[in-house]
Design a protein around this ligand. Structure first.
Ligand SMILES: [Zn+2]
Ligand SMILES: [Zn+2]
Length: 357
């Protein structure tokens, strides 16, 4: 495809990017009209998104996929990519020459050649960790870009690879315990991967991802505000997943875990400063209280539901004076208030039913 000889960097990069999701190709296929897309991006279409031609077949393009892999390997560095692509092209043409010749060349190198190879291997090993950090970071960017472009299959796969890299880095770096930073990154990556799996309808995989996210976050040596928030979010996502499958007991367990984590954090904060008066922390706590209230209502536990609802309402009132008009907090406050009112009405109706019967 002439990547090795392309001069304009933008052309090289854009040749590796799908016009539908605006991210690096993932499982690319070629249309009859010679346009390329990720398989997932073009799957639902009957016409080419670039030229409108009818689609009769989608031909897999492993060579393009290889180039994308090469681009990922060099973390999107265009110069390194061109050099690698040119090297590969040269190696390819050599390989298509006679095999006997290349074997002979290897044998002629003798013992000195072997020593040289060992030397360069050692050098590449010492710079591996830095490369791995960069690659994990680049993989994360690719995943986020695919996610933003709506290609959840690509995003899920890239988050998965990012996670593998982060795990091996964290394991290599930590002798006894993991750093807060590694735990938060892994918690985020697994959580995002879970969201993608959920969007793809792969609920078992999503459940596993949310559980992994919680697992990694719990490894953190400190319960910082960031860890607390991420833990609560992942528990709520797991709860929502169970809820959607009508696994109400499991949903309650996850929502309750999230609530306990937030309540505990607020208690610590209250001792430090004015803690839960901090608006966003309070609103997050209200969210958790309402989720638990809702699931208790679904499970028929009106008393527990009412208690949580009352706590949520008190908090909503107590923070209302500290909310800036027009802020995101104001919108969230209003949304929570509406939810609380609806849930209150349902609970009252249920209690009236009980009185009647
Ligand atoms: Zn695409
Ligand atoms: Zn086309």
């Amino acid at each position: 495809m002439g990547f090795g000889t392309a001069k304009k960097p933008k052309t090289v990069e854009s040749a590796l990017i799908c016009s539908r999701c605006d991210a690096l190709f993932f499982d690319p296929v070629k249309m009859d009209c010679q346009h390329y897309f990720c398989r997932a991006c073009i799957e639902p279409c009957s016409d080419c998104l670039m030229c409108g031609a009818d689609i009769h077949k989608r031909t897999p393009e492993p060579k393009l996929e290889d180039l994308v892999e090469l681009f990922i390997k060099v973390c999107g560095d265009l110069d390194a990519f061109e050099a690698a692509a040119a090297g590969r092209a040269a190696a390819d043409s050599k390989a298509t020459a006679t095999d006997d010749d290349s074997n002979a060349a290897t044998r002629d190198k003798g013992s000195d050649g072997g020593a040289e190879q060992h030397g360069s291997e050692a050098t590449s090993k010492s710079s591996n960790a830095k490369d791995d950090v960069a690659r994990a970071e680049y993989m994360l960017q690719c995943a986020l870009r695919s996610m933003a472009g709506g290609n959840f299959a690509a995003a899920a796969a890239r988050f998965g690879r990012c996670r593998e890299q982060l795990v091996s880095l964290a394991e290599a770096a930590a002798e006894t315990s993991w750093s807060e930073d590694s735990c938060c990154r892994l918690g985020d990556v697994c959580g995002s991967q879970g969201v993608c799996e959920q969007r793809l309808g792969r609920l078992n995989a999503a459940e596993g991802c949310f559980k992994d996210s919680i697992h990694f976050l719990k490894k953190s040596p400190v319960r910082s505000g960031q860890v607390v928030h991420a833990l609560a979010v992942s528990n709520n996502k797991l709860g929502d997943l169970h809820y959607s499958r009508q696994e109400h007991e499991l949903a309650r367990s996850s929502y309750s875990d999230a609530l306990a984590i937030r309540q505990q954090a607020c208690e610590v904060q209250v001792q430090d400063d004015d803690g839960c008066a901090h608006v966003s922390a309070a609103l997050n706590l209200v969210t958790s209280l309402l989720k638990v209230a809702d699931i208790e209502e679904v499970l028929g536990n009106s008393k527990a539901a009412s208690e949580c609802l009352a706590k949520a309402d008190n908090l909503l009132v107590s923070v209302s004076g500290n909310i800036l008009p027009g802020s995101a907090d104001e919108a969230k406050h209003r949304g929570l208030q509406n939810f609380s009112m609806k849930l209150g009405a349902t609970l009252n109706a249920n209690i009236d039913d009980l009185k009647v019967s």
